[in-house]
Ligand binder design. Structure first.
Ligand code: PBG
Length: 323
């Protein structure tokens, strides 16, 4: 006797009956790059189909997202001016803060998540305040907390620190609580590797470090036990949701975090993953829809509850079409 595995693959109906992994538009978060200025809708050359938008172009984008049922966005800002201290990042009328207000006016039910970091705002492109030895951890977390507070005051639903300083979640939780934002959630980029898959993003957000790299603060992908340790610290300090980033090459890490902790896990399918698939698809070498769905299901199967992806609109459309 041998097991007939094919019995449950016989028809589309049976395959649908036994499947146990699902994706819904409700799980998707769409990243938006907001640039200070007017009349800007610039396609990012290494991310075909993705744009930097000025706020006057934002309403049309929100209409599209609403139509497709994508209910969550993650905001990145590109300011006009950068300086060593990233002042624009905590300017109460900065690009992200104004973006949050506009989204909340236009689409009050949209879940607005803000990326809390300094690399798009500092002239040197590092994720914090630097001296000759590198990014100074304890000084930087004071700035990171200030940025999170200004996003909260603008009306953000969730703040998402991506700087990778130690102690930042506690610093953010403290400043939010002191200012009456006790119930504002923190989605922490807890498990964030120093990755070459962020290359296209750095063009998109104009945030490449002017010198050096981020290996002193982002994680080393050859040190595997660090993932649980990072997530544990953030959860103990008050993180409500944990991000694993990148996603596709780190499915094992997503599974480990899902099995170890009792918080929602978000997989961030990053710019390099998007760029590779787009490049293959535009050359006619791969089938874009089927590849995107397959790898997004893989992230779900690995245990991700939330998927942050530049393909969010496409996935939502394909789910609708296939119904
Ligand atoms: C900011 C930040 C980065 C990404 C998200 N937030 C870049 C980096 O850390 O260098 C990357 C996202 C992507 O590649 O899609 N620190």
């Amino acid at each position: 006797m041998f097991k007939r595995h094919r019995n449950l693959r016989k028809s589309a109906g049976i395959r649908k009956l036994v499947r146990d992994v699902y994706i819904s538009a409700d799980d998707l978060v769409y990243p938006l790059f907001l640039e200070e200025g007017t009349g800007i809708r610039t396609e990012i050359s290494s991310m075909p189909g993705q744009y930097r938008l000025s706020l006057d172009m934002l309403d049309a984008e929100l209409d599209t997202l609403n139509e497709l049922g994508v209910n969550s966005v993650l905001l990145f800002g590109i300011p006009l001016e950068k300086d060593p201290f990233g002042k624009e990042a905590y300017n109460d009328t900065g690009i992200v803060q104004e973006g949050v207000r506009q989204i909340k006016r236009h689409s009050p039910d949209m879940v607005v998540i803000t990326d809390v970091c300094m690399c798009e705002y500092t002239s040197h492109g590092h994720c914090g305040i630097i001296d000759e030895s590198g990014v100074i951890n304890d000084t930087t977390i004071e700035y990171i907390a200030k940025i999170a507070l200004s996003h909260a005051k603008a009306g953000a639903d969730i703040v998402a620190p991506s700087d990778m300083m130690d102690g930042r979640i506690k610093a953010i939780r403290d400043i939010l609580d002191e200012n009456g934002f006790n119930e504002l959630a923190i989605m922490s980029y807890s498990v964030k590797y120093a990755s070459s898959f962020y290359g296209p993003f750095r063009e998109a957000a104009d945030s490449a470090p002017a010198h050096g790299d981020r290996k002193q603060y982002q994680m080393d992908y050859r040190f595997s036990i660090d993932a649980v340790s990072e997530a544990r610290s953030d959860i103990e300090e008050g993180a409500d949701i944990v991000i694993v980033k990148p996603a596709l090459s780190y499915l094992d890490v997503i599974r480990k975090i899902r099995d170890t902790f009792e918080v929602p896990v978000a997989a961030y399918s990053v710019s390099g993953e998007y760029a590779m698939i787009k490049a293959g698809a535009l050359n006619g070498w791969i089938d874009e829809k089927n590849i995107v769905m397959e790898k997004t299901y893989a992230m779900k199967r690995a245990g991700a509850n939330i998927i942050i992806t530049y393909f969010a609109k496409d996935i939502a459309r394909w789910i609708k079409e296939d119904k």
